[in-house]
Design a protein around this ligand. Structure first.
Ligand code: NAD
Ligand code: ZN
Ligand code: ZN
Length: 353
């Protein structure tokens, strides 16, 4: 396994879903339970959400590839069972989440200015460090999510990636209450994005290519829905919003959605990219320049964003729709995600076999 702080000299075994080859099904196998070295903790997994990013990771879609073999999963919620030497800020029994931002250096210009997600030393859970598709995982206690009492492991799991990413992306659009936002892609990220945006006082236009997802968005509070498969979504959004949305959040893992999203952005508006399909998209340069449009990327969120994203759920303003599955179903779940056949979020439940 790929992590320095783990050693495997213990006889205790755990079940894990392992990527051994890119593009191939994960292999469910017995592996050694990792040991937390100094400064690290051991978490016993209760649940772990399955993000579309896990599919990109399995497929080796991105320029920065994880070292094989690795255990995906970056929406793990669990109970702290063991503490390495020198750890003082958490205790055994705490419920924590082990997110994508597994750790960062804490000292660089980005870490020092609340932009730790782009730290050059950052490690990524379920990618450059083993993640939560396993009964145990090692975590950095300085970067775990602290799960508030009142949130179940099932409800919390999608929030620590899909929730924080959509919430932070909405903030990055700098849309103000009463303004229009487009949420493009109403899957794991988007169905939470609709709820965060409504809770933040925005008018929401949902865009997807699946009528079922759009109906779901409406039930979650979206004011309008546009099916990008049936009509030109740029014209439709411009009509609904009277000239384009002040903010556009693109979660769709599909390149056409990106050029369309820029086209839906109102003059002086901001189009935030969070979906990560491999590749590039054409940008209409004249329109972007002449309409003073901002296009920006957004990458998960900081620990402060995490606390804020979780607080919305504690207040009852945001709730993930989840379907529980056992770890043994992981390959079917990834196939369904690839087909667009997961209504919101599948959460692996480690109490099920
Ligand atoms: P998901 O599969 O649950 O949802 C994707 C949704 O997009 C589905 O509802 C699908 O119908 C819809 N869609 C597909 N093509 C579309 C199109 N052309 N127009 C509009 N909608 C379309 O995926 P998810 O877990 O929500 O993740 C979405 C993307 O976000 C992935 O690429 C993932 O890697 C990325 N992601 C990025 C970050 C980040 O920090 N930037 C964090 C998490 C996930
Ligand atoms: Zn994710
Ligand atoms: Zn740093």
């Amino acid at each position: 396994m790929n992590s320095n702080e783990e050693s495997s000299n213990m006889s205790n075994k755990m079940r894990a879903a392992v990527v051994e080859q890119f593009g191939k099904p994960l292999v469910i196998q017995e592996v050694d339970i990792p040991r937390p070295g100094p400064g690290y903790v051991l978490v016993k997994t209760e649940t772990c959400g399955v993000c579309h990013t896990d599919l990109h990771a399995r497929n080796g879609d991105w320029p920065l590839k994880p070292a094989l073999p690795f255990i995906p999963g970056h929406e793990a919620i669990g109970i702290l069972t063991e503490i390495g030497a020198g750890v003082i800020n958490v205790k055994v029994g705490d419920r924590v989440g082990v997110p994508w931002l597994y750790s960062a250096c804490g000292h660089c210009e980005y870490c020092l200015s609340a932009r730790e997600t782009v730290c050059g030393q950052a490690l990524f859970g379920g990618y450059t460090r083993n993640g939560g598709f396993a009964e145990y995982l090692v975590a950095d206690p300085d970067y775990v999510a602290h799960i508030p009492v009142g949130l179940t492991a099932r409800d919390a799991a999608p929030l620590i990636c899909a929730g924080i990413t959509s919430y932070k992306g909405i903030k990055e659009t700098q849309s103000r209450p009463g303004e229009w936002i487009v949420i493009s892609g109403i899957g794991g990220l988007g169905h939470l994005g609709v709820q965060y945006a409504k809770a933040m006082g925005l008018k929401v236009c949902a865009v997807d290519i699946d009528d079922g997802k759009l109906e779901h968005a409406k039930r979650l509070g979206a004011d309008e829905g546009v099916n990008a498969k049936h009509r030109d979504p740029v014209e439709a959004v411009k009509k609904v919003t009277g000239g384009g949305a002040n903010g556009v959040l693109i979660t769709a893992p599909s390149l056409p959605a990106f050029t369309q999203g820029v086209g839906m952005t109102r003059k002086w508006g901001t189009c935030v990219l969070v979906g990560l399909p491999p590749g590039e998209f054409p940008t209409p340069l004249f329109d972007v320049v002449a309409n003073c449009i901002t296009i920006r990327g957004s990458f998960v969120g900081t620990r402060q964003d995490m606390a804020e994203a979780l607080a919305f759920a504690v207040d009852g303003k945001v709730k993930a729709d989840t379907e529980l599955q056992p770890l043994s179903a992981i390959n079917q779940v990834l196939e369904r995600l690839e087909r667009g056949d997961v209504p919101s979020r599948v959460v692996l439940d480690f109490n099920r076999k």
